[in-house]
Design a protein around this ligand. Structure first.
Ligand SMILES: *[C@@H]1O[C@H](CO)[C@@H](O)[C@H](O)[C@H]1NC(C)=O
Ligand SMILES: *[C@@H]1O[C@H](CO)[C@@H](O)[C@H](O)[C@H]1NC(C)=O
Ligand SMILES: *[C@@H]1O[C@H](CO)[C@@H](O)[C@H](O)[C@H]1NC(C)=O
Ligand SMILES: *[C@@H]1O[C@H](CO)[C@@H](O)[C@H](O)[C@H]1NC(C)=O
Length: 494
């Protein structure tokens, strides 16, 4: 195998380091506890990929959701059963609260109870604002008409109207909505079409409904069940005021557009995977480079959209090495681990990428310490954090500089949205020094050596999964084919 062409790569002596300036100060991003009290991203399944896939027999309804979610491996922490759009009716109840479309979900409480009996959780999908058609109802526990709370200077969209958040009654309505969900057994809210950010999807959106995150957060705080709040989609991270507001109120933040290719027989292509990884790179760089954020927990975890790693190429639309790359990057980022795959058709690799205990222990690490890029040798500016076809990433080290995670990747030629605009063909050596990673002996986060465990080899040239490679005092390097990544877990040695 190709990886054996470099049997000594971990034992070459440390050469005089000349290109270390960029890496001499490693700023380590970390997540901490999120606004609604969570210390790790959710793991689970979301229905959207199966709903959006073309030529599919999948219908969003209670029976089909239950049979998918019965297959979730709760032992591996995959507990969230998340409904996407389409579960609710177009008119609310007597208090203007979203209710299930009973032709599809005859008894959502029964579904929630069923999931809870397996240690699983129910997620629902909502849009900011209330249904315009419910303007005439009274907010529960008040004499306030729902319609009097609307901000009619903003466009209505998807049958909804956003609020004038300064008005008395707006918070009471959100409390009533969330209390109703709590009574049904809801554990997770995906709030879609948040702005600034969400692109118009055929309708003009309100310019800024950020304050919906605040109202839902306050409502969750007073509710009888814990709930996560995930904000979607493509949120505008250039607005610092909004980022800090989202960080202080929600638990997940969708970085990018939908990753899946709607209407086709496969779930996705690698072009959107490259784009989403690039969005994560810019997200984590922003946390790392902004002095106002350094040294403080990021709290809100990235939502890189559903993770499509579970099914064979004919259904997923990715080769096996590309499936590894998705798994490695979603885990490396400490992102939501919510698969969109068809759980009734997992193959052997799909089970490993979702449920392998060693890989999940790496996910526990990156749930605290997400990876940041460090450009390898052979790029324009080794040690910097630019978009590159050949990339290295480091997560951690953790307190005491005991452990770190390193990912090496060759994304293959830029398919148009990768941001790196390079076109290297075939297998490439991805090689980076410990000093460029910021963990060489003598650096603030360094150690005399690091013992290297290859957790996932990437399915091609990177070598087999689950193997000890020995100790490095100098470099980490791997041959990687187009679209391929490898993930190492490092432990400091004397
Ligand atoms: C990685 O790069 C360093 C510095 O150029 C070099 O000494 C080392 O041999 C390279 N590793 C491999 C496996 O080529
Ligand atoms: C479920 O997850 C556990 C823990 O990660 C794992 O050991 C087990 O093999 C998984 N079961 C299946 C059916 O994949
Ligand atoms: C819905 O299911 C719950 C829990 O199983 C049950 O208590 C309730 O009676 C059901 N409601 C209806 C309308 O069938
Ligand atoms: C959106 O609204 C929030 C809350 O009022 C505000 O802090 C933020 O600056 C606004 N964003 C933009 C882009 O105007």
């Amino acid at each position: 195998m190709r990886n054996n062409r470099y049997p000594s790569l971990l034992t070459v002596p440390l050469i005089a380091a000349t290109a270390t300036t960029a890496a001499s100060q490693l700023f380590i991003p970390f997540y901490g506890t999120s606004a609604n009290g969570f210390n790790a991203p959710p793991r689970g399944w979301n229905s959207f990929g199966m709903q959006a896939r073309g030529g599919t027999t999948f219908t969003l309804n209670q029976a089909n959701i239950q049979s998918q979610c019965d297959l979730l491996n709760a032992t591996a922490g995959y507990t969230l059963c998340s409904l996407d759009s389409g579960w609710s009716g177009n008119g609310g109840d007597q208090f203007g609260r979203l209710v299930p479309d009973t032709s599809l979900f005859p008894n959502l409480t029964a579904l929630a109870n069923h999931l809870h009996s397996q240690g699983k959780l129910l997620g629902i999908y909502a849009l900011p604002g209330a249904l315009s058609g419910d303007a005439g109802v009274t907010v529960e526990g008040t004499n306030i008409k729902l319609g009097s709370l609307f901000d009619t200077s903003q466009p209505s969209y998807n049958l909804r109207q956003t609020f004038d958040f300064s008005k008395n009654g707006v918070q009471q309505w959100h409390n009533s909505v969330v209390n109703n969900w709590a009574a049904m057994g809801v554990d997770y809210i995906k709030l879609d079409f948040m702005t600034p950010g969400s692109p118009d999807a055929g309708e003009t959106l309100p310019a800024n409904n950020s304050l919906a995150a605040v109202a839902y957060h306050k409502a969750i705080q007073q509710a009888s069940r814990p709930m996560r709040l995930d904000l979607s989609w493509k949120l505008d991270r250039n607005s610092a005021a909004d980022f800090f507001l989202w960080r202080g109120n929600a638990d997940g933040l969708r970085l990018d557009q939908d990753i899946n290719n709607a209407g086709q027989s496969t779930f996705l292509g690698f072009s959107t995977v490259q784009r989403t990884i690039e969005q994560y790179r810019s997200f984590i760089n922003q946390q790392e480079e902004d002095p106002a954020r350094q040294g403080t927990p990021i709290m809100i975890r990235p939502d890189m959209d559903n993770m499509y790693t579970g099914n064979a190429q004919s259904l997923t639309g990715l080769s096996n090495v590309q499936r590894y790359t998705v798994a490695i990057h979603w885990v490396g980022a400490g992102a939501n681990l919510i698969t969109g795959s068809d759980l009734s058709q997992l193959d052997t690799l799909g089970r490993e990428l979702l449920y392998d205990p060693e890989f999940l222990s790496v996910a526990d690490f990156t749930a605290q310490y997400p990876m940041q890029p460090k450009n390898p040798f052979g790029t324009s500016n080794p040690g910097s954090q630019a978009s590159e076809q050949l990339q290295a990433w480091i997560a951690g080290p953790n307190a005491g500089n005991k452990n770190a995670v390193v990912v090496l990747a060759n994304y293959g030629p830029d398919l148009g949205q990768g941001g790196f605009n390079k076109n290297l063909q075939g297998v490439q050596l991805v090689n980076i020094s410990l000093s460029l990673l910021g963990i060489a002996q003598g650096q603030p986060n360094g150690a005399p050596g690091w013992s290297v465990r290859r957790v996932l080899g990437g399915g091609g040239s990177g070598g087999p999964d689950h193997g000890d490679l020995g100790t490095t005092r100098s470099f980490l390097a791997s041959n990687l084919g187009p679209g391929e990544s490898v993930l190492y877990y490092l432990t400091a040695t004397d």
